[in-house]
Design a protein around this ligand. Structure first.
Ligand code: ADP
Ligand code: MG
Length: 260
């Protein structure tokens, strides 16, 4: 498999505090990679940097001939504003923006594709519903329909199944696997290690710095998970008393997450 995206000594900072530190490695074309790591490990930051949404403090990202429109990106739910007054159909149609004409008009074909996409995610008949009136799972289905319409070569998903019901998770995971079978390169931040081990051949494990990147069975070893957790504990010490007393310990990486 040829390499599609290369990270070269990548460092991304917020007000000079590095969130992603000296990461190097490559994503092969058509690969299916999970990004795992403790809370605050820089997973979301890394995805945003790959998509080109954040400036780099150091290093570079080689995207070859890929254009911005080749990337389909689903941000973490917390970053999405659902109060925006827009219908399900219009939200999905936003996935077709790269086909829209100079005046932003969509073709009849895009409308048909939007209906097809909603059918694939199991939301036929929801076209006119306001997105604010959907459950978390239904809204995630809408966003997957939008990705379907976008037809991107590279798909990046940030915790797509967090706080999503089991049935929706199963349905949307099938779509992710189908995208990969179609030859698309898929990169997903995930917290369910069982799901990662069962379905994602490659894993990138980070704790601000790279802990491991390669075959999932090698990267997700107990030793690496303990190492990632120990690195995260060091930041918490650095942070002093920032966490309230009753806050749960930030993500016990040695424990298995319960399946959703
Ligand atoms: P993860 O997705 O692995 O939980 P993030 O990439 O969201 O981690 O965050 C990595 C670190 O960067 C955290 O310490 C977080 O607090 C910090 N961070 C994230 N976004 C911002 C921001 N917009 N401004 C300042 N710091 C941020
Ligand atoms: Mg995140």
């Amino acid at each position: 498999m040829s390499e599609l995206i290369r990270l070269k000594n990548l460092t991304v900072t917020y007000e000079r505090h590095p969130a992603v530190h000296h990461i190097s490695g490559g994503f092969a074309e058509g690969s299916l990679t999970a990004i795992a790591g403790p809370n605050g490990a820089g997973k979301s930051t890394l995805l945003k940097a790959i998509v080109g949404e954040l400036p780099l403090a150091e290093g570079s990202i080689d995207r070859g001939a890929l254009a911005r429109s080749d990337f389909g990106y689903l941000p973490q739910a917390a970053d999405i504003n659902r109060r925006f007054p827009i219908s399900v159909a219009d939200t999905v149609m936003l996935g077709a923006w790269k086909n829209a004409g100079a005046f932003g008009q969509f073709s009849r074909k895009d409308g048909e594709r939007a209906r097809e996409a909603l059918d694939i995610v199991g939301l036929s008949g929801f076209e006119r519903r306001h997105i604010g009136a959907l459950s978390a799972g239904q809204f995630q289905r809408v966003l997957f329909a939008r990705l379907l319409l976008q037809d991107a070569r590279v798909i990046l998903l940030d915790e797509p199944f967090t706080a999503i019901d089991q049935r929706t998770t199963a349905d949307l995971l099938k779509l992710v696997l189908r995208w990969n079978r179609e030859g698309r390169t898929v990169i997903a931040v995930l917290h369910d290690f069982e799901q990662v081990r069962a379905h994602f051949p490659e894993t990138l494990l980070i704790a601000r710095e790279l802990v491991g990147w390669g075959k999932t069975q090698d990267v997700m070893s107990p030793a690496n998970l303990i190492k990632a957790r120990a690195m995260a504990e060091r930041w918490d010490d650095d942070a002093g008393d920032c966490l309230p007393e009753d806050e749960p310990a930030p993500h016990d990486l040695t424990k298995r997450e319960p399946a959703e």
